[in-house]
Design a protein around this ligand. Structure first.
Ligand code: GAL
Length: 406
């Protein structure tokens, strides 16, 4: 009996008992691309007989705070989104999540999931989170039309080449760098420069630091200085702009570059733009650039309600199935969590990401996989303060050193 048929039989068996499987799913996917993608998860769940109640909350931090407050307040959703980081560590440690091992063992997640993701999905040998897609928060995106008109005919392979390209785009009358002026996006721009220009070693030493000394080193201050220099290439409409509206500036060929996670691809997909034709992408400077492995998971707030538990398990079964994995991730712009799916028809950027994932030496953890949410928040505050004021590099370095000592 082949895998597909076995899965169909399993789903049918489940769907018979799945009539009452109502799941309230809380997530923060509200952009065009994100909405199109989450509908694929919902479709897979409904196809198996489940009833999907969609609670979308704009903004990752808002959604996570709502989820945590609802769990703490005794009114948890059935299923909730997090990133595979320390964000939900306390929920796990305080026994506020159900494990999903009934599905994980049946589906052999230990063999199926990328090892970097397993680490954040398991506690005490059991799975408490279900990865649904692999995202790298540090990609460079560009409008091919804008770069061609500006005479930029190669992808920058260093920070100096990046500045030279930005200068040409500015001279040609386009917005050189489309940025959403929100703290989390400014922090993402900073830590992307930290690893792709400062280097993987410096990046790792910074986030592992507990005495903060590395933040006052010349090489770290060089990254801070390069980061602030980028401000001269961002348009006045940047403050408080959502990330997908920055992506829209590339889609409409008004801006040259955006530095943002590969969820941007979901926006290009939703606008029917083609990778390699309408837009380009690279995950850092040069062919061996570091590659951050993060993404999205769903957790299963603790409940003793048998129907809710069945809904949690049906969701995990359908969302990790090969069909839903391909349908969801191709729309979301993330990489599937299964290596046994056919991605030969995937776009150029997905192919670049899949190739990077096959080079373990390039893989890095994201900041919130290394430091606590509180320390990440303190570092984000220090960076957004530096970006938005005339604070000096030395003062910013001191503020980051203090955050690292946190
Ligand atoms: C990330 C998440 C992505 C995307 C992005 C922007 O944390 O992993 O799926 O939603 O936020 O909202």
């Amino acid at each position: 009996m082949n895998g597909k048929r076995a899965l169909l039989i399993a789903l049918t068996a489940w769907s018979g008992a799945a009539q009452a499987q109502t799941a309230e799913v809380v997530h923060w996917w509200t952009s065009k691309g994100e909405s199109a993608a989450v509908q694929e998860l919902a479709a897979g769940y409904r196809k198996a007989g489940g009833v999907w109640v969609d609670t979308a909350i704009a903004g990752g931090e808002n959604a996570r705070n709502t989820i945590i407050n609802r769990i703490a307040g005794g009114k948890p959703p059935t299923i909730a989104q997090f990133n595979p980081t320390s964000q939900f560590k306390e929920l796990m440690e305080e026994n506020l999540l159900n494990d999903i091992d009934a599905v994980a063992v049946k589906q052999s997640w230990d063999k199926m999931l990328p090892v970097p993701l397993q680490r954040f999905a398991k506690s005490g040998g059991k799975y408490y989170a279900m990865p649904v897609g692999v995202h790298n928060p540090s990609w460079f995106w560009y409008s091919k039309e804008v770069l061609a008109k500006a005479g930029v005919n190669k992808e920058p392979a260093s920070i100096d080449e990046f500045f030279a390209a930005l200068d040409k785009i500015k001279k040609a009358g386009f917005v050189p760098l489309a940025l959403g002026g929100q703290a989390w996006q400014e922090f993402m721009l900073f830590f992307t420069l930290l690893h792709t220009s400062g280097g993987a070693d410096l990046y790792t030493r910074v986030f592992a630091s507990t005495d903060g000394k590395v933040a006052t080193s010349p090489e770290f201050k060089k990254v801070l200085s390069d980061f602030k220099r980028l401000k001269g290439y961002v348009d006045a409409g940047s403050p408080n702009r959502d990330w997908n509206l920055a992506s829209a500036m590339l889609i409409s060929n008004r801006a040259g570059f955006q530095v943002m996670g590969d969820w941007v691809k979901g926006e290009f997909n939703a606008a029917n733009k083609v990778a390699g034709k309408d837009y380009g992408c690279f995950p850092g400077f040069g062919p061996k650039a570091p590659y951050l492995v993060e993404g999205d998971v769903f957790v299963f707030p603790r409940t003793k309600n048998a129907q809710a538990i069945k809904a949690q398990q049906l969701f995990a079964l359908t969302s990790t199935s090969p069909e839903v994995q391909v349908a969801f991730n191709l729309k979301k712009g993330s990489l599937p969590i299964r290596t046994d799916v056919d991605l030969s028809k995937a776009d150029l950027c997905t192919q670049i990401g899949m190739a990077a994932m096959r080079e373990p030496g390039r893989l890095l953890q994201s900041p919130e996989q290394i430091v606590s949410p509180n320390k990440a928040a303190q570092m984000t505050d220090a960076i957004t303060q530096f970006w938005n004021t005339n604070q000096s590099v030395d003062e910013a370095a001191k503020a980051l050193a203090a955050a690292l000592r946190g």
